[in-house]
Design a protein. Sequence first.
Length: 363
Amino acid sequence: MADLKLSDVGKTYGGAVEVLKHIDLDIKAGELIVFVGPSGCGKSTLLRMIAGLEKISAGTLEIDGQRVNDVPPAQRGIAMVFQSYALYPHMTVRDNMAFALQIAKKSKEEIEESVQRAAKMLQLTDYLDRLPKALSGGQRQRVAIGRAIVRDPKVYLFDEPLSNLDAALRVATRIEIAQLKEKMPDRTMIYVTHDQVEAMTLADRIVVLANKGIAQVGSPLELYETPNSEFVAQFIGSPAMNLMPGEITGTGERTTVKLEQGGTAVSEVPTRETDRGLKVNVGIRPEDFVMAEGEAAYSGTVALTEALGEVTLLHFEPETGAPEGLVAKLPGIHRGLRGTEVRLGAEPSKVHLFANGQSLRYR
């Protein structure tokens, strides 16, 4: 088991190009932490800094209380699984998994025991004598994970390990990684992905990176239900949260907001009397919209419908006063709505309020 602590960690290239700054993060032993963020936000760079493959420009990285900024990668007790499988094509599955232990001069008995244990865990026992070219993409990625497991590291690092797989294999391998974590509850894992489904289903906590730093840290449902900013609100969830401009007209535990396009929303975000008249953005997730009979938060003409079976996506025309791209996600099948006017509302507990990009809940 291993705790990790990053204190005011930063990364610059050439002393001028700043990629990350002021990263403060405590990772507890046994956690599965997922780094997410837009392309170029530095999530893979941060992972490589933890691995020792990138030099830390500022701050301190501690593993189990030991400062490891200048400790070589091989001595950090870390194993990394890359986006590319990086298997030796001329070696069998067994030899690929055993290679690191052979380099470490472990005994044949110890190597075989470790390989068999990892192969059983990953359901690779029947493939140990095959070459990588005789395996599917998902099986190759499991071999790469097995190569990490046999080293018995303190910390596992995964750098977008499923991005090269097709949709069906991604689902299957994601489930296998979740089951693997259940089998190794004392091992710390850090996982980088751009896939929200992977982040939401695998993580104990998600670290959202943006603007060279950490935007928010929390459990998947914390980030989904109580985002601290418009950025996190729209980054977590698909389709993204709708934002509609409005003005606070009534304050208290149940805040009334008049929307610019003529609707009214009520939110359970507490506000003060001094907030009356404050310009805000009202956030409602597409899946939190419901058909409204009376007063509605939004009404508009449906420009396009997407019938997915279990849900129907409604895309509204922007010229009705709605922001570009407002979307509602209604459960079930809804026929004949294209070109019609639809009225939508939302439960107060599902209505978010943002001012200057920040949630009023976090003031």
